[in-house]
Design a binder for this molecule. Sequence first.
Ligand code: ADP
Length: 408
Amino acid sequence: MKVLVLNCGSSSIKYQFIDTNEKVALAKGVVERIGMSSAVLSHSRYDGDGIKIVGEILDHTIAIEYVLGVMMSKNHGVIDDKEDIEAIGHRVVHGGETFSDSILITDDVMQVLQDNIELAPLHNPPNIKGIQAVKRLLPDAPQVAVFDTAFHTQMPPKAFLYGIPYELYKKYKIRRYGFHGTSHLFVSRRAAEILGKNIDELKIVTAHLGNGCSMAAVDKGKSVDTTMGFTPLEGLLMGTRSGDLDPSLILYIMGKEGLSLSEANTLLNKHSGLIGISGESSDMREILAAANEGHKRSRYAFEIFAYRVKKYLGSYAAVMGGLDAFVFTGGIGENSPEVRAEVCKDLEFLGIEIDEKRNKNKEEIISKDSSRVPVLRIPTNEELVIAMDTSKIVENKTVKKEEAQPVR
Ligand code: ADP
């Protein structure tokens, strides 16, 4: 099946057009600066052909219209007709407690997504806009929602409840949800494949380190704990997000600096993390460069970043009662030997021995042969998971429809 995968943010849309039989992307790209007169569409095709278009793209519908246009264009396209897009798979950030699996989008599902906006005010509205835009442009194409939270819905209450009055969980659904689920699912399955083992026998810790960062404890293929919480702010240090902190310091800072709720939110989400500590950059490449040149605050940022990953690795090995594999993924996890080496330093007691050369050469397995716990570097592919889920759901629906036909 040919599936268009969309990841709609507030001012950007990332897309991939995937052939699920071949498991390859026929085209991919991104529309950035939606809402501005100088929006940019960057599109590339499987054969390396690429094009950049700059224009006024005022909303998500126009952006997707541009994407369809370039996908059908004579010189850069991959399809002749819109009808060649058999289904659309959307990355939806928050499924709340309702969605533990991907789902075909119906009016009822849309209603629940609307109801969940309060849980993800920044993320779910653009996801909904994307779905509505596709409905306008491709009214007959089935659409599927794949949730970032779904993989974590089987966490036990001891992992997802916070130490606050239980009534608040019941009243406002305040609990740990976890995010990046599609990525943790993909790389944990892939690790089992690479190791030639059954996922049901493995205790795996996965570290998705990108601009947003999270880790998951994956026991027998299920996420039993994860570092992000009620929102994607908790846990690891990130590009601009603080991660874990003492909750009372927020109130203290608000009092001292006279911050409003929204200013405090911005402080923790946009001005903290790597950028907050270093004062230099939210980009790990720049942090590493500055740290290597002796910039003290960038060195702290790098060390805190790696320290937190190490801390959660240890705690997840403890909660699972063992560790069979450790996986790095995401822009930093996949590309930074320095971060991987710092995280894995002095972990021989846990069975982790990094091979310096394999780590530098970006091999799939970066630990020594003697390492009891293999350490892997696996490029994530959330889009492929979304496309595969979409095709599975849409094909099932078609089968069910046929089954529902009266026998003549
Ligand atoms: P997002 O979470 O937005 O999808 P990515 O997964 O692409 O982001 O990760 C972006 C991060 O990856 C940035 O901090 C960037 O500095 C980092 N990164 C990319 N390449 C490298 C590299 N070679 N070395 C260190 N960090 C890198």
